[in-house]
Design a protein around this ligand. Structure first.
Ligand code: MG
Length: 297
């Protein structure tokens, strides 16, 4: 099932589902929010299919606004760095055919909750904060139930669904704070998320999920989850060691090679650039870089 959070013109936010034939269902009589849906626990997905049988069909209205599926996460968005081999190599400046000592454990960091914005939101551009704004197309996992010390073999039972994300990064800030990436990764509006959460039952083989990063119509990044250095079950197992994961937690799984800073010469984002993160099964997340906030009109 494809689940969305939609804002109506009068300001209310509603959870909606999109059916197989492109019809829409308003789930607000049943659930207050996406977090409310997820909080119902693992059985909620089969409950949702039952609910749709009696829910009223509607069409998507042009005055509706798609928000991030979880517009205001409870906690920081968890992220993984360097999780595709070619991106790891481009990040440390190695050529593709050079041998690499791969890390033994995933590199985790987080993005503050206000980083999350929805499809079509403008990405803030602050030229006094960064001159090196960059994109990272990623597949995100939404956690469906509480868990700690989760075993790798059980990890997928803790997944509610998948969505797309763009891990917008300020490269000049990312590495200047003692090697901690948070400051260059946590800007307001730096985590476009969506358009939908596709529930886990829709993805029989997660390894085949693909992701593309497109800038101004040019495909710059492309990969499948089968290429991850640390698989999603491994990531969940590692992240949940001695740290409880909660329903509604979001985990970005890393970006493939093809980011702007690793190009020769580097190609950083500018106001007006059009960004797309796309996946055959997960849809299309489009955003535009906004005008420089320091530029007077
Ligand atoms: Mg990333």
């Amino acid at each position: 099932m494809r689940l969305y959070t939609v804002r109506l013109p009068e300001g209310s936010e509603r959870v909606m589902a999109e059916g197989e034939q492109g019809e829409w269902y308003d789930l607000s009589p049943y659930y207050e929010s996406m977090l409310d849906v997820i909080a119902q626990g693992p059985r909620v997905i089969s409950d949702l299919y039952t609910t749709l049988k009696s829910a009223e069909k509607t069409a998507f209205h042009s005055e509706w606004t798609l928000l991030a599926p979880i517009p205001a996460p409870l906690r920081n968005v968890f992220c993984v760095g360097w999780n595709y081999l070619k991106h790891f190599n481009e990040g440390i400046g190695k050529r593709e055919n050079q041998e690499t000592d791969l890390p033994e454990y995933p590199t985790f960091f987080s993005k503050a909750t206000r980083a999350v914005v929805g499809p079509h939101a403008l990405i803030p551009y602050d030229s006094q904060f960064t001159q090196k704004l960059d994109y990272e197309a990623e597949i995100a996992v939404v956690i469906g139930q509480e868990g700690k010390n989760i075993a790798e073999r059980d990890a997928l039972h803790y997944v509610f669904g998948f969505t797309l994300a763009n891990d917008i990064s300020a490269r000049d800030v990312q590495r200047r704070h003692g090697g901690q990436w948070l400051k260059g990764k946590s800007m307001d509006g730096s985590c476009p998320l969506g358009p939908a959460i596709v529930t886990r039952d829709e993805i029989p083989n997660i390894e085949e999920l693909n992701v593309r990063g497109i800038v101004n119509g040019e495909v710059r990044q492309e990969a499948r989850l089968s290429q991850l250095i640390f698989s999603i079950p491994r990531l969940i197992a590692e992240l949940s060691r001695a740290m409880t994961l909660l329903p509604g937690d979001i985990l970005l799984t890393g970006t493939p090679d093809g980011v702007g800073f690793a190009m020769d010469p580097p190609r950083f984002l500018r106001p007006g650039d059009r960004l797309v993160v796309e996946s055959d099964r997960l849809g299309r997340l489009e955003n535009t870089v906004g005008p420089d906030i320091h530029e007077t009109r």
